[in-house]
Design a protein around this ligand. Structure first.
Ligand SMILES: [Zn+2]
Length: 86
């Protein structure tokens, strides 16, 4: 996806859609643990400051992660989005 598309997207979407897009790209077939690859993942609340940012806990390795952990797309998207707001 060209950077210009990301800029347009991040300007048009609200927070919920941003996170939905990240999830869709990252886990098209369901959430997997970035640590061990297991799909035995349960939701574990949401981020305190970003209510649409879902947190997860892996039942296989007990690792914790969230929508943005270790994602390049998310890093770009959210730098653009939240960088502009300040
Ligand atoms: Zn795991």
């Amino acid at each position: 996806m060209p950077a210009s598309d990301l800029v347009n997207l991040s300007g048009l979407m609200d927070d919920a859609k941003c996170f939905a897009l990240v999830r869709q790209h990252r886990w098209p077939e369901g959430v997997c643990c970035p640590g061990c690859g297991s799909s035995s993942v349960i939701r574990d609340g949401c981020d305190d400051t970003q209510p649409h940012r879902q947190r997860y806990r892996c039942k296989a390795c007990a690792g914790r992660f969230d929508d943005l952990t270790g994602t390049v797309l998310a890093a770009i998207l959210f730098t653009l989005r939240f960088g502009w707001r300040r």
